[in-house]
Structures are given as C-alpha cells and as structure tokens.
Design a protein around this ligand. Structure first.
Ligand code: SF4
Ligand code: SF4
Length: 149
C-alpha cells in the first residue's frame, strides 16, 4: 500500500526565528497629538486627549504606518520574535518548508511571506525540480501576503 503524505513523519533539519519590527514610543519626542492612533487601521493604539498613546501589541501587525505618520518621529521600533520557519526532511528528495506563528499573533501575513521566501531560497540552493506551495483557503491577509510576495 502506498504511503500517504500525512503518514510520513518528516524530521526537522533546521528552524529559524522570524522577527518583526514593533513600535515603541519615545516620550521625549511625543507631543500627544494622537495622529498615530487615528492612522492605525488595527485600532492598536489607544489614545485620549493630552495623554501619551499606548500600543496594544496583541492587535499590532507591525505595519509601520504609525511610524511614518508621526510628525515628530516619536515612534521607534523594537524587534520581536513573531514566529518560526522549519525545514523538514521527508526523504532524500522531498523537503517540506513550514511556518508557525507565536501564540497571540493575529496577523500572520509577514510569517507567510518569510516562509515563502525561505522556501524559494532553499529550492534554488538545491536546484530543485519542483516547488509546490500551499496556503490556507480564503482571501484574508495571510493568503494575500502569499500571493503578493
Ligand atoms: S503621532 Fe507621534 S507625536 Fe503624535 S501622539 Fe503619536 S507618537 Fe506622539
Ligand atoms: S505598526 Fe501598524 S498596526 Fe502596529 S500600532 Fe503602528 S499602525 Fe498600528
């Protein structure tokens, strides 16, 4: 009887962290104008008049829009791990490149893009005959990130 793909138990050859740049407020430069909060489409910046904005990291997708619009360059970045990619060996000629987001990450698009890039690089290095991609169904961010990059 032939072995089905999901019966195989690939071994992890290599894992690599995936990082994203998250916003951090520099209070010395912030004038509490709230422009960043009004710009954030994820509602990840809580702001009330005359107060410093507060970042809600569970909602932040690390898109960088708040950093771009801040008139005082009061938003810096910090690099944080958002997921991992894995190179799995199924057999001598068959490799599986997969990714996993950190628990609590709502925006997985950047992880999908990074895993796809690593898979292409890996396939090119090994002069692979074929590369087959698979992603989640639907039209949400992770799928559009996959198709775009
Ligand atoms: S846009 Fe810049 S200056 Fe204005 S509240 Fe946000 S961080 Fe502060
Ligand atoms: S990086 Fe993007 S999602 Fe995160 S707080 Fe700034 S504008 Fe919002």
């Amino acid at each position: 009887m032939s072995k089905r793909l999901f019966d195989l138990k690939p071994e992890i050859e290599k894992s690599e962290n995936i990082h994203q740049e998250y916003p951090v407020l520099d209070k010395r430069k912030c004038v509490k104008c709230g422009i960043c909060s009004k710009t954030c489409k994820e509602n990840a910046i809580f702001w009330v008049k005359d107060k410093y904005p507060v970042f809600i990291y569970d909602l932040c997708t690390a898109c960088g829009a708040c950093m771009i619009v801040c008139p005082n360059k009061a938003i810096k970045t910090k690099q944080e791990k958002s997921g991992e990619s894995f190179i799995n060996r199924v057999n001598d000629n068959f490799w599986l490149i997969t990714g996993r987001s950190k628990p609590g990450i709502t925006e997985t698009g950047p992880i999908v893009s990074e895993v796809k890039e690593r898979a292409i690089e890996f396939a090119e290095d090994r002069k692979a005959d074929y590369i087959i991609f698979d992603t989640a169904p639907g039209t949400h961010c992770s799928v559009s990130s996959f198709v775009r990059c």
